[in-house]
Design a protein around this ligand. Structure first.
Ligand SMILES: [Zn+2]
Length: 338
């Protein structure tokens, strides 16, 4: 079978390896599609060399079917469609014992800390496999993982019907947050610097602003009649965006930090105090978020085909990663199956 591995030093290699049978408690997945995301770029660019063990087959946004069922696994048949929630927790730390297994203090993220989905046969613990409805297209199903991120972020925000929501950063996660928030009854404005992304976002019916040329605080002030936004999602990872969040949120508004910030950021705590703002983090997802994401994709709430810029064969993964890094795409799927 073929797979794509990060070999260290910023190098990717497409290689052929033997298929290993699934071990006890495992399912073997015939991966159909795997989405590429910003984390994969960080791996490929060597930003996570201190964490990953090479060679690493990466990828964690997968959809496929069961190819083989390992010893001791029940409830699955060869051919069943599935996706994978790529988190393994220890079950013993204080976070796990409090019910927050998804942010376990010793979390293993599958596809970063252990082999991922960019291989034609992928063995995973059956405990993290999530069944898909038979009528959900596997291309759309490759978006379940990022949609689950958005579902979790919106759930954390506790937004209400009629809320005005500002999303800073209009990449795939920002747009998916917009879709989920709109479905929950919010009005959504998305700030994004890239012109082609802004055009796609506007075509999906969202208000847009360009933080490079527009005064986002003034625009949001006008949009909300001077009140500010009920909820601000920081999805850009940019210092200026982080700094603007407290100026964008209304009295008792909520700021949700979704992006991975590479450095400590300046934020106006006086404003947090004065307006009694809520500032909270939202990281990955829980099983219920995954199941909700599958339902939203099945209902057509998420415009999957509009978000998929293109689908490339497995051996074109390195070039696709370059396109993604250059901002020339929204979501790129790798067609893994052969
Ligand atoms: Zn734990």
């Amino acid at each position: 079978m073929q797979g794509v591995a990060y070999e260290g030093g910023g190098t990717l290699r497409v290689s052929t390896t033997e298929v290993e049978p699934p071990g006890p408690g495992e399912l073997q997945i015939a991966v159909a599609y795997c989405g590429l995301c910003g984390t994969d770029l960080h791996i490929a660019h060597g930003n996570m060399d201190a964490r990953v063990r090479t060679p690493l087959i990466f990828g964690h946004e997968a959809a496929g079917t069961v190819a083989a069922v390992g010893p001791g696994v029940t409830g699955w048949e060869v051919g069943d469609p599935l996706t994978v929630m790529p988190l393994l927790w220890d079950g013993t730390c204080s976070a796990c014992l409090a019910g927050h297994q998804h942010i376990c203090q010793n979390l293993t993220f599958v596809g970063i800390d252990s082999p991922g989905a960019l291989q034609q046969r992928w063995n995973v613990p059956a405990s993290i496999a999530v069944p898909l409805p038979a009528d959900l297209d596997l291309r759309a199903a490759a978006l379940v993982e990022p949609v689950a991120v958005a579902v979790h972020d919106v759930r954390r925000s506790e937004l209400q019907v009629g809320d005005r929501v500002v999303v800073l950063g209009g990449g795939p996660i920002g747009v998916l947050i917009g879709c989920v928030a709109r479905h929950a009854g919010a009005q959504v404005l998305i700030a994004e610097v890239d012109e082609s992304r802004r055009a796609r976002i506007a075509a999906l019916g969202f208000e847009t602003v360009d933080p490079a040329t527009d005064d986002v605080v003034a625009e949001v002030g006008r949009w909300t009649g001077g009140d500010g936004a009920d909820v601000v999602f920081e999805v850009s990872g940019a210092a200026a965006a982080a700094r603007s969040t407290t100026a964008l949120a209304k009295v008792r508004g909520t700021i949700v930090v979704v992006a991975i910030h590479a450095a400590a950021r300046e934020i106006d705590l006086q404003r947090v105090f004065w307006r009694e703002l809520r500032l909270l983090g939202a990281r990955v997802y829980q099983r219920s978020d995954f199941e909700r994401a599958i339902a939203l994709l099945g209902q057509g709430v998420i415009p999957a085909e509009e978000l998929i810029t293109r689908v490339v064969p497995l051996d074109r993964t390195p070039a696709a990663m370059d396109d993604l890094a250059a901002g020339r795409a929204m979501k790129i799927l790798v067609e893994v199956g052969a």
